[in-house]
Design a protein around this ligand. Structure first.
Ligand code: B12
Ligand code: SF4
Ligand code: SF4
Length: 287
């Protein structure tokens, strides 16, 4: 089935980076280790029919979120913006409803599925995976979230993207955890992972956090990537609202969990709670 109608519909919603992936993704010969924050570890990462029986394709959509840097900031860019786990599904549901008009069954996914969403986007022709591990779109760079609507409609898949990053090594050199190399990526030393890890951290993990001011997430390997040098601002209106670049102890201390949820529950850092943010603030301040 020709997919032009759904790409045109997505474009009417302001989503211009849309492609179609097949229901079965190619499995790499050697699977890379998967971080414990993922929800899929084996073949379920590559098989869309596991999530939607009879699935024949996925409409994959990129949600660019680049905005000019502001200073001071101690949150990674995605954490400064309204939570994409709330914004992305609202758009995907509209796309699912449009597909439902033609029959079939649909299921929207964004981040929390066991599927390898970066590979899904590569297979939908939307970009390539850089040495920094991120999906890079030729126009919007890597500051893009990935969402998809799985469907039982037989949409024709797009050709996989054949692009490659420049392999310039800037991401390796600037990585605070020294976790990127030609041989791949070590999640245990990734600052983004360490800032989200619960419990007491080792001296080595604290040292990784101290390398940059951010207290949740990490953007270094994207900030220095030449593919992000001249990317346009996000066209998505919701990401221009309620920007929160910085958190202080005074913003967090003394809040009950309920007060924390009500103040910050619509930001992506909130899911881990305030204790972790206070712990990371202490670490960045050398306490
Ligand atoms: C667990 C997780 C993390 C972990 C581990 C990250 C990692 N690199 O593994 C942590 C918490 C550290 C993390 C950090 C970040 N994350 Co995260 N994360 C995820 C999650 C939930 C699972 C990723 C996963 O399974 N990783 C394990 C590796 C092994 O798999 P993979 O990332 O899918 O990569 C595979 C493909 O790239 C594939 N591949 C690539 N090209 C090709 C080509 C062929 C032919 C083949 C066969 C395979 C192949 O090979 C890899 C190994 O299988 C996904 C959502 C999802 N369900 O996919 C979001 C996701 C990857 N994260 C996202 C984001 C935004 C981030 C951060 C930028 C947030 C931040 N600012 O801190 C950082 C980036 C860190 C980095 N350099 O990767 C976005 C990525 C957007 C993008 N443009 O790439 C995703 C897709 C969420 C979303 N829906 O938007 N994340
Ligand atoms: S910084 Fe260089 S090596 Fe790293 S992803 Fe970007 S282009 Fe590739
Ligand atoms: S997110 Fe930060 S720590 Fe993780 S790979 Fe990129 S630069 Fe390294």
């Amino acid at each position: 089935m020709n997919s032009t109608f759904i790409k045109e519909y997505a474009a009417q919603l302001g989503l211009t980076c849309t492609g179609i992936a097949p229901a079965h993704l190619p499995e790499p010969a050697i699977a890379a280790p998967v971080c414990p924050l993922a929800s899929g570890y084996g073949p379920e990462r590559y098989d869309l029919t596991g999530l939607l029986p009879g699935c024949q394709a996925a409409v994959v959509v990129l949600f660019p979120y680049s905005l000019p840097e502001v200073k001071p900031a101690n949150l990674s860019l995605y954490c400064q913006l309204p939570d994409y786990h709330l914004i992305v599904p609202a758009y995907l549901e509209k796309i699912a409803a449009r597909l439902a008009g033609l029959g079939g069954t649909q299921r929207a996914i964004a981040d929390t599925s066991p599927l390898t969403e970066r590979l899904l986007a590569v297979q939908a022709g939307l970009g390539f995976v850089g040495d920094n591990q991120c999906l890079i779109h030729p126009v919007y760079g890597s500051y893009c979230f990935i969402g998809a609507v799985l469907t039982t409609l037989p949409l024709d898949p797009d050709a996989p993207n054949q692009g490659e990053c420049l392999h310039c090594g800037a991401c390796y050199r600037h990585c605070p955890g020294a976790c990127l190399s030609k041989d791949g990526y070590v999640y245990e030393r990734c600052k983004s992972y360490v800032t989200q890890k619960k419990g007491d951290l080792s001296p080595e993990e604290c040292a990784i956090i101290r390398q940059t001011p951010l207290i949740f997430g990490c953007d270094e390997c994207q900030r220095v990537c030449p593919h992000n040098a001249a990317v346009p601002e996000t066209p998505i209106a919701e990401f221009h609202q309620s920007r929160l670049p910085f958190l202080t102890e005074a913003d967090l201390e003394g809040l009950t969990n309920k007060q924390f949820r009500s103040a910050y529950g619509t930001y992506p850092f909130a899911w881990r709670g305030k204790k972790i943010l206070l712990r990371n603030l202490d670490i960045t301040q050398g306490k």
